[in-house]
Design a protein around this ligand. Sequence first.
Ligand code: BGC
Length: 380
Amino acid sequence: MSKRLGFTAVSATLALTLAACGGEGAGGSGGAGGGAEAEELTIGVSMPTQTSERWIADGENVQEQLEAEGYTVDLQYAGDDIPTQSQQIDQMITEGADILIIAAIDGTALAGQLENAAANDIPVIAYDRLIRDSENVDFYVTFDNFEVGVAQANALLTGLGLQTADGQPGTATGPFNIELFAGSLDDNNAFFFFDGAMSVLQPLIDDGTLVVKSGQTSIEQAAILRWQQETAQRRMEDLLTSAYNDGSRVDGVLSPYDGISRGIITALQNAGYGSAANAIPVVTGQDAEIASVKLIADGVQSSTIFKDTRLLAEQAVVAATAFAEGEEPEANDTETYDNGVKVVPSYLLPVETVFADDIQSVLIDSEYWTAEEVEAGQAD
Ligand code: BGC
């Protein structure tokens, strides 16, 4: 008995010594300047909402991949409520998180939490959405967000027949009536998506090929708070009533996100679009949500932009591991993402446009969705 106790005591001392050698700083951080074993570290993962599939998948992917590396994970969803997210992050810090991975609801609302993290030596990785107005964002993993907007605009032009899928001139000449939707103004990505899209669309609006009949061309007019489907449906209904009650039709809608696209499509269908005589307008999207992939397969939604969240999770894990080892993660962009205080070193992943013909090769072959899920329009 006494032997066993002795053995335990030695192991405990050894473990403590090893931890000390690992360079754990005050506040239990194994982060910047640290160099701790994964097994000793807890990573707080703060996700915005479970109302959109992609964030559920993001949370699960990050958790699984971190746990596979041996980290302990504290994963929280904030129900798209800003005070809840702030409180969850504060709590992660209090409970000893060593590294934080955060997808913000409102990118400007977390400066206080990040100050607290910095005071405790906790590296912060902004996940997909940039955290603004804080110098305490250490790294940013995301997709090429400007390119998402460019791809959405090109998909709109392809859907309208103004160009082919590989960017060659199409058979249609226009003019076409289009309407523009944007994301939530508190999400930095919304600006990148809209700016990217307008870099393609503006010249065609200027030369009359595209007509925004409502006249609502600013991001403030086009924005949908919290990216909500119902809000998008209401705005589309309002646009149809105010700008298309003279017998004219809307030919295309720039939509930044599949949930918004479904709201737009519902409004269009309720107004009589979607028959042989009154074709559904070309509607774009983003995220390859399963309900929208089905709509694309069925010829209702025109396109989406696929962002492989498994790869994003992987990058977050790579970045967290670098911090855990006391190193800086490797960036592939050190110029684009100025958060108002500093340019945050970033790792950007590429994106892919998906039309009906691409569902098999891009989404099913990569095992993002199964053929059965696409058929059913819902995840297993
Ligand atoms: C993400 C998009 C997503 C949107 C709504 C953005 O920050 O980058 O992928 O569609 O939020 O959840």
